[in-house]
Design a protein around this ligand. Structure first.
Ligand code: GDP
Ligand code: IMO
Ligand code: MG
Length: 430
């Protein structure tokens, strides 16, 4: 029995898609447990590139089973379109993908509400996919789940009730309520028929797979610093990417999780608004953005760039119970001399080593850096750790020492083969 969780330990876009696809080769089943189509996970292999949003990255591995757990919010239209797109590119999906009947559905009014909040001065730079408003409905006990969506009468009654509840707020969008209602029901029969064969009791499926000693891999969306509870609130997403989210978001118990692999870039990025203590502007950030193609996979927005931040990483490692790390994009740092890494913060003249909770403090902290030697050359050719320049190896070893955690994987390029495995990530098969 083994469940491995792959979780982002920064502000998302750490390279989870690549790592999940790489480790997924040794898994039996790959599952998502939170988030929705706000995610953008890039997988490059065999000369092809895929961007996954809602479907687990494991779907690109032909024999693997995939699950969308109850903690995910699912837009029926995005579900339909992503599957169709993948099928057009030759990915066979039927019979390999299951969607929890308890997952909540994102409907057009959630997307309108998301945009409205962004435009009305309370914006945090969301992806505008309706994620926050859908989770709000879930918590308010107004949500519509996949099992409700599949029953036409139940669905219709719930939609009409929810539109009544939301009428006042929706009245301030430029679109009349009747048009929003029509949008919700447009294509409903087709989307319902399409979704029906995928719907399942996924908690049972996952638990039975564990009973049969199968290997499960859980793929987080976003990252620990966007976590609703542990991130830079309120500049966060509306779910729990941290490993604890796996249990509530998929219906397996905490006793079944064996390991947690944290994915971190060799530097830091963030999209959207909110505090970012090590953020850079100027030549270094420009260099990294262009060399590392740091533009959002889902929205195309330029990502904000900063040095690696050990204060932030320590918090993510602690709240996620992270047991090992994958360090990605080391190749992107080549050519920058020297490198800096944040080891502490200074807040109103005091040195602190813990990530502060207060929103003001998170904006006010100033990073305290240590300077390390940079390295040069084309790292993407390295296949073993020893192939890397000495200063690059020192950078990785220094991070390991400071975080007291092994870096099991070093990633040096976008495509699958540009990956250095330094230690086993999966526990041995029993
Ligand atoms: P995710 O959301 O965590 O899956 O990450 P994204 O796919 O949104 O962003 C990561 C980007 O970095 C993608 O374009 C990946 O192809 C790319 N990438 C991942 N690992 C590496 C790496 O080691 N080196 C380089 N140069 N690019 C990488
Ligand atoms: P992956 O899985 C980076 C950010 C948004 C915004 C905040 C809330 O590819 O790492 P939301 O639409 O979720 O309500 O937006 O979270 N955000 C991400 N940033 N990568 C992601 O996903 C993100 N998903 C959401 O930019 O700041
Ligand atoms: Mg991404």
């Amino acid at each position: 029995m083994s469940a491995l969780v792959v979780v982002g330990v920064q502000w998302g876009d750490e390279g989870k898609g690549k790592i999940v696809h790489y480790l997924g080769r040794s898994a039996d089943c790959i599952a998502r447990y939170q988030g929705g189509n706000n995610a953008g996970h890039t997988v490059v292999f065999g000369g092809r590139e895929f961007a996954l949003h809602l479907i687990p990255s494991g779907i690109l591995l032909p024999k693997k089973k995939c699950v969308i757990g109850n903690g995910v919010v699912v837009s029926p239209r995005a579900f339909f379109e992503e599957i169709r797109l993948l099928e057009r590119r030759g990915v066979r999906i039927q019979g390999r993908l299951w969607l929890s009947r308890n997952a909540h559905v994102i409907l057009p009014y959630h997307v309108y509400l998301d945009a409205l909040r962004e435009e009305r001065g309370r914006g945090i730079g969301t992806t505008r996919k309706g994620i926050g408003p859908c989770y709000e409905d879930k918590v308010a006990r107004l949500g519509i789940r996949v099992c409700d969506f599949l029953k036409p009468e139940v669905f219709r009654a719930l939609v009409l009730q929810n539109l009544r509840v939301r009428r006042a707020e929706l009245a301030s969008t430029a679109v009349p309520l009747s048009k929003i209602r029509d949008e919700v029901f447009k294509d409903y029969p087709r989307l319902r028929r399409f979704m029906d064969p995928y719907a399942a009791d996924t908690s049972r499926l996952l638990n039975e797979a564990l009973d049969r000693k199968r290997r499960l891999l859980f793929e987080s969306a976003q990252g620990a610093m966007l976590d609703l509870d542990y991130g830079t609130y309120p500049f966060v997403t509306s779910s729990n990417p941290v490993a604890g989210g796996v249990c509530t978001g998929s219906g397996i118990g905490p006793t079944r999780i064996s390991r947690v692999l944290g994915v971190a870039k060799a530097y830091t990025t963030r999209v959207g608004l909110g505090p970012f203590p090590t953020e850079l502007d100027g030549a270094v950030s420009h260099y990294i953005r262009e060399k590392g193609h740091e533009y959002g996979t889902t929205t195309g927005r330029p990502r904000r760039i900063g040095w690696l931040d050990l204060v932030q990483l320590r918090q993510a490692i602690r709240v996620g119970g992270v047991t090992q790390l994958a360090l990605t994009k080391l190749d992107t740092l080549a050519g920058i001399h020297p490198l800096k890494v944040c080891v502490a913060y200074r807040l109103r003249g005091r040195r602190i080593v813990d990530f502060p909770e207060g929103r003001r403090d998170q904006f006010d902290v100033e990073p305290v850096y240590e300077t390390l030697s940079g390295f040069s050359g084309d790292l993407s050719r390295a296949r073993r750790f020893m192939d890397l320049p000495l200063a690059a190896r020192d950078y990785v070893a220094w991070i390991e020492r400071r975080l007291r955690l092994p870096v099991a994987i070093v990633s040096v390029g976008r495509s699958e083969e540009k990956t250095i495995l330094r230690r086993a990530v999966w526990p041995r098969r029993a």
